[in-house]
Structures are given as C-alpha cells and as structure tokens.
Design a protein around this ligand. Structure first.
Ligand code: ADP
Length: 282
C-alpha cells in the first residue's frame, strides 16, 4: 500500500530498478540508548519457555565475563518473572541522577536493571499488558544510565510473542544465546525461539543445555534424569554451535537463594564465555 501511494505521488512509470522510492530500506525500530551510555555489545539470552534456566545462564555468563575484566551489565527483560536481583542479593530501589535511572551494582561490579528495582513491593505481580511490558524494557535501554559497558546481557522475556518481538526490534541485539533442557517439549519450543531469532536477523551464537544431568555427590556418577540428552542432535539440526551442558547443581541453587551467586566456582559455561569473548574481540 505504502509503495503504491509513493508510486502514485511520484508518477510511477512501472520501472522499479531506478526508482529511489522502491529502494528505501525497511524502517528500523531500534531505539538509541541513554545518551550518556556507551554499550559495546548486547547479548540476548533466549528460551522459548520459562523455567529452563535462562536467568541462571544469563547470570553465569555475566559473572564469567566480569571475571575476565570486562565491564558487564544485565538488563532483566523478563519483566513478569524477574529473578536477577535476588540472585545477586540486591533488594534496594534504583535511584536517579541527571543522566538517568541508575542501575544497581553487585558486589563484583556488575550493573543490574530490573523491574523489581522499581517496584515499591518486590512481591507485587506485574499485571501489565504486552505493550506496557515492552515499553518498560525499552526504557531500561533508553533511560538507564549504564555508562560504559563492554557486554550487556539481556535476560529476554520467554516465548515468541509480543514482548520478545518488541525487544528484538528495539534493542540492537548483537547475538543470542539459546537455552534448552533435555525434554522434547522444551526442544520443540526452543526451535521456535531459534527460528524467531533467525527471522529477526539476530546472530545465534550458540546453545546451552541446562539441567542436563545430576552428578551423585558420593559416587560421581551422572544421571540424566530428564532422559537421554539430544543436545548434539538438536544443535546440528538447528545448525547452532553447542556452547556447553550444565547439570542440576544444588550449590548454584543455594547461592541463588542466598543472593551470593557471584561466589560460584563452576566451569560449565567457561567455553561459552571464551567463545563470546573471541566472537566480540574486534
Ligand atoms: P528461567 O529464567 O528460564 O525462567 P531460571 O534461571 O529462573 O529460569 O531457573 C528456574 C529455577 O531453576 C530457579 O530456581 C533456578 O535457581 C533453578 N535452576 C536453573 N538452572 C539450575 C541448575 N543448573 N542447577 C540448579 N538449579 C537451577
């Protein structure tokens, strides 16, 4: 319709090859970040389904990159299920200065913005419609004074609906890390999330399988409690790089519960962090 209108206005002769109207790029909805912030790389952590460990993977990658000496932030775009502040023991409210809303900073120096830092009562449910949820995520990008960040990890809203769509369209996501668990139902939905990233022309950096197995603390034997992993097959089918498998590790859950996530020492995602570092060290 738009093209037809332009053709009528410009006196179209039917030959599109030399027509400037026909050559216009599709409109970009990408928002400019807060004007005092300089954010080098934005990595989305994605899963089609909630509860698979997207926040766990986001937090772990953020800590690993911070330990490598990078300036790291986490934008918690999972507005209805925000778990990032609790994992890092943050329960204060965000403040503002003349440059914007200030992210809270963890003990290890990671900057965090989440809707739980803005709510008067962190237990209050966020009963907002899609456009309002998406608007809040956009504001975490446009109104938060992130200052200088090498890697901003975005804990993406789960699913493939309105909110993740707006996030993909509004934030300049440089790459996506997909999180799955070894269950057919999850793989099915994760495929949708991968295909959505591809449709939005987002580079998929690789996939992590979470909750892959449990290791017996006594004998060291690994049990695949969700059934046999199909991770490698799924990665080859989707043509995605496998970034690592992470077991169910109760030490991680304890650290999350205690708000001491930065104290973890586990090497499950070290390869993933190295790969991200290599991919973005321009
Ligand atoms: P999502 O962000 O996909 O909704 P979360 O990262 O919040 O999922 O994880 C859901 C729950 O499972 C949380 O309580 C988290 O602590 C726990 N969890 C996730 N991954 C692991 C793991 N590898 N080991 C132990 N607990 C985990």
């Amino acid at each position: 319709m738009e093209q037809e209108r332009k053709c009528n206005e410009t006196g179209c002769n039917g030959d599109c090859s030399n027509c400037s109207s026909a050559k216009q790029e599709p409109e970009s909805f990408i928002e400019a970040p807060n004007k005092y912030s300089k954010i080098k790389n934005v990595i989305g952590v994605v899963s089609g389904k909630g509860g698979v460990g997207k926040s766990m993977v986001t937090a772990m990658l953020a800590v690993l990159m911070s330990r490598k000496g990078y300036k790291v932030g986490i934008l918690d775009a999972d507005i209805t299920g925000p778990s990032i502040p609790k994992m890092f023991g943050i329960n204060s409210r965000a403040k503002m200065n003349d440059k914007g809303i200030l992210p809270e900073v963890t003990a290890g120096g990671i900057k965090i913005m989440s809707c739980n830092l803005l709510l008067e009562n962190p237990d209050a449910p966020v009963v907002w419609r899609g456009p309002v949820l998406a608007g809040a995520v956009k504001q975490f990008w446009t109104d938060v004074f992130w200052d200088e960040i090498d890697f901003l990890f975005v804990d993406m809203p789960p699913g493939t609906g309105d909110v993740p769509l707006t996030v993909y369209q509004s934030l300049p996501i440089d790459g996506a890390v997909i999180v799955t668990t070894p269950q057919d139902l999850v793989s099915l939905i994760v495929k949708k999330a991968c295909n959505m990233a591809n449709m939005m022309n987002i580079r998929v950096l690789g996939m992590v399988e979470n909750m892959s197995y449990v290791k017996c603390p006594d004998c060291g034997k690994e049990f695949e409690i969700f059934g046999k992993s199909n991770f490698n097959e799924l990665c080859s089918e989707m043509q995605i790089m496998p970034l690592g498998r992470m077991p169910i590790d109760t030490k991680l859950t304890e650290l999350c519960n205690e708000g001491e996530f930065e104290k973890f020492y586990a090497s499950y995602l070290e390869d993933a962090a190295n790969m991200i570092e290599t991919a973005y060290n321009k």
